[in-house]
Design a binder for this molecule. Structure first.
Ligand code: SAM
Length: 278
């Protein structure tokens, strides 16, 4: 079950760094306050209903897993980062919802072949570094005829461009690691799944973000809550000029995407993908 990519000491160390990064800041607050509409969007696209056996891969604090459980599904929420699963479990319990929360690497899922009716990932598997290994696992654990559903930021959209802007300030990625927003490229996704799926449907959509009064407020929010942004700032923390340049670049990016007059309004683009396992 464990793929070659996930079995080396190097890979274990990389995943440990990723886990620590996603535990920084307060991702659950960001998921609730900024992008909470996206989980239900994916659940609706996957047509999840009563009694479906659903796996949410890289579920975080349950942005998609919790609405799937609310729709009556029997849900396993899996993620690399136990701190996020703990936050999800607490919030589901407050709502009286029972899900299974399980730590798992998306590239080596601890589940059997064909176990789930629906295998979905909301802004999740795209952050696992070896895309083919991640795609192979999604297909393996989905039953024939079952649904695979993904919601991925596009490279051209705001979050794709956020990663491109942060890249020069981050340590170089390890050999073989692929950039997350590639999962927002339709050709890439088609190639990853190949002929193992049918009815591949790809929709390019946006979510409107209008919670931030000014572009600078967006940056202030992400700098203390979003692990990847916190981690990049830490990387240049001992260089005030690089830190100021990163601030300038990210504010310029936010201004470029802002279409608001009095307050900031941005449309963040993603691909919504559904397919049936052959
Ligand atoms: C942007 S968050 C999305 C979380 C959630 N699905 C949502 O919609 O809010 C990305 C998630 O991917 C998880 N992740 C990153 N690499 C992973 C891996 N190799 N295996 C499983 N989860 C991973 C992180 O822990 C984090 O929860």
């Amino acid at each position: 079950m464990t793929t070659a990519a996930s079995s080396t000491d190097e890979d274990r160390a990389l995943k440990e760094r990723h886990r620590a990064m996603w535990a920084l800041g307060d991702y659950p607050a960001l998921a609730t306050n900024v992008i909470s509409s996206l989980g239900p969007t994916l659940v609706t696209a996957c047509e999840i209903g009563q009694g479906d056996r659903v796996l949410d891969v890289a579920a975080g604090s349950g942005n998609a897993a919790i609405p799937a459980a609310r729709a009556g599904a029997d849900v396993v929420a899996s993620d690399l980062t136990p701190e996020l699963l703990d936050a999800g479990r607490e919030s589901a319990e407050r709502d009286g919802l029972a899900l299974t929360w399980q730590q798992a690497d998306a590239e080596a899922l601890p589940f059997g072949d064909n176990e789930f009716d629906v295998v979905m990932s909301c802004l999740g598997v795209m952050f696992a570094p070896h895309h083919q290994a991640g795609a192979d696992e999604l297909v393996r654990v989905c039953r024939p005829g079952g649904t695979i559903g993904l919601l991925n930021w596009t490279p051209e959209g705001f979050i794709g461009q956020l990663f491109a802007t942060m890249k020069p300030y981050a340590p170089p990625p390890p050999p073989g690691a692929q950039p997350p927003p590639l999962w927002g490229n339709e050709d890439h996704v088609r190639a990853l799944f190949g002929d193992r799926v049918t009815d591949l449907d790809v929709r390019r959509q946006t979510v409107t973000i209008d919670q931030f009064a000014r572009p600078e407020d967006f940056l202030d929010y992400f700098k203390v809550r979003y692990g990847p942004t916190i981690s990049v700032y830490r990387n240049v923390a001992d260089d005030p000029e690089r830190t100021a340049a990163l601030d300038d670049d990210l504010i310029a990016l936010t201004r470029k995407f802002n279409r608001g007059d009095t307050t900031a309004v941005m449309d963040w683009e993603y691909l919504l993908i559904t397919a049936r396992k052959r």
